[in-house]
Design a protein around this ligand. Structure first.
Ligand SMILES: [Zn+2]
Ligand SMILES: [Zn+2]
Length: 355
């Protein structure tokens, strides 16, 4: 089978790998859709020592990328209970696996496993391939109403946005400022608008701001063109947003989130990496602020997100501006790297690919 691996320094290869056979507790998923997530860019761009992250796990040689896998069960291991997986079932993969016994694993948060976690697409083979072998317990059923590409989005970007909005108890009475309108931020805009909140969307790309408007943002702000904190205050009668969500991971984005949140409000960071420096007394204490970090979602949270998207008929597929074959991976990541477009997805088995 084919698989896409990052080589560091914005290079990748589409290589040949042995077709996976399931171990006793594993399943093989035929990949129908494998999404491109903003955090993949970290590994795509990695240079020098960071490239060590490309082979963190036990695997020798290139690791297949992609941590938003969605498809159909193609083979089932001998010890897998039929209630867990059956051939032909439409499934997403919760892209982590841990020891299975610690409190985090048992509550569905295997990415927090005390014994260390396997991250599919980073430390073990991921979804940018024709097939993928995973432990059966990682499967999350894909509701019939949802396409494979929507399932891919729910498997990281959209699921992460949903998890964060639930963590901060977003309601229809809230004004939320969402910083960054990449795949996670744009999903957050779409979900928060569906939940009834008033959304202020921020990004430095005019294309992404236009998309945010189309996805339900009430107002958009370009922090490159204007003072973002002042703009958010002007849009909120001088008070600030009830809630802010930083998806950018940039120091300026995080700082804007903290400063543009009203007293007693809540700030949520989901963007990965980097740092931020804050004036604690002025920016936090005097404002009685709550700041939380939110890291993806549990297996249960992933299923909840899929159910929400299906029941509310949310057009998650509109996130995708680019649909690719595996053989087009180099071009796909070159374009995604510009961070101006919407989300991309690989559809390994698709007979017709339109862009
Ligand atoms: Zn564990
Ligand atoms: Zn991701």
């Amino acid at each position: 089978m084919r698989g896409v691996s990052f080589l560091g320094g914005r290079k990748l290869q589409v290589g040949e790998f042995p077709d996976p056979a399931p171990g006793p507790y594993d399943v093989v998923v035929e990949i129908k859709a494998s999404g491109m997530c903003g955090s993949d860019l970290k590994f795509y761009r990695a240079t020098g020592e960071e490239t060590a992250a490309l082979g963190l796990g036990k695997l020798k040689g290139p690791v297949i990328a992609g941590h938003e896998p969605c498809g159909v069960v193609a083979a089932v291991g001998s010890k897998v209970d039929e209630r867990t997986a059956q051939i032909g079932a439409r499934v997403m993969v919760h892209h982590y696996s841990g020891c299975g016994s610690c409190q985090h694993c048992r509550s569905g948060w295997s990415q927090m496993c005390v014994a260390g976690t396997t991250v599919y697409g980073v430390t073990a083979h991921g979804g940018h391939a024709d097939y993928m072998s995973v432990p059966a317990h990682t499967l999350v059923p894909l509701p019939d109403e949802l396409s494979f590409t929507t399932g891919a989005a729910v498997s990281c970007g959209t699921g992460t946005a949903y998890g964060a909005l639930r963590r901060i108890n977003l309601s229809g009475a809230d004004i939320i400022a969402i910083i960054g309108q990449g795949p996670v931020g744009l999903s957050a805009t779409q979900l928060a608008a569906t939940m009834g909140a008033r959304v202020i969307a921020l990004d430095v790309s005019s294309e992404r701001l236009a998309r945010a408007k189309a996805f339900g943002a009430d107002a958009v702000v370009d922090p490159k063109a204007t003072d973002a904190v002042a703009a958010i205050k002007a849009l909120t009668h001088g008070v600030g947003a009830d809630l802010t969500l930083d998806t950018s991971g940039a120091a300026e984005g995080r700082s804007t989130a903290v400063k543009a949140t009203r007293p007693w409000g809540t700030v949520c960071f989901v963007g990965e990496g980097g740092e931020v420096s804050l004036d604690v007394s002025r920016d936090l204490l005097r404002k009685q602020l709550t700041i939380i970090g939110s890291w993806t979602f549990s297996k249960i949270g992933q299923a909840d997100c899929a159910r929400f998207v299906a029941d509310r008929k949310i057009a998650v597929d509109q996130l995708f501006t680019h649909r690719w074959r595996l053989s087009q991976a180099a071009e796909a990541y070159r374009i995604f790297d510009r961070q101006m477009e919407g989300k991309g997805v690989f559809e390994p088995g698709a007979s017709v690919v339109c862009q």
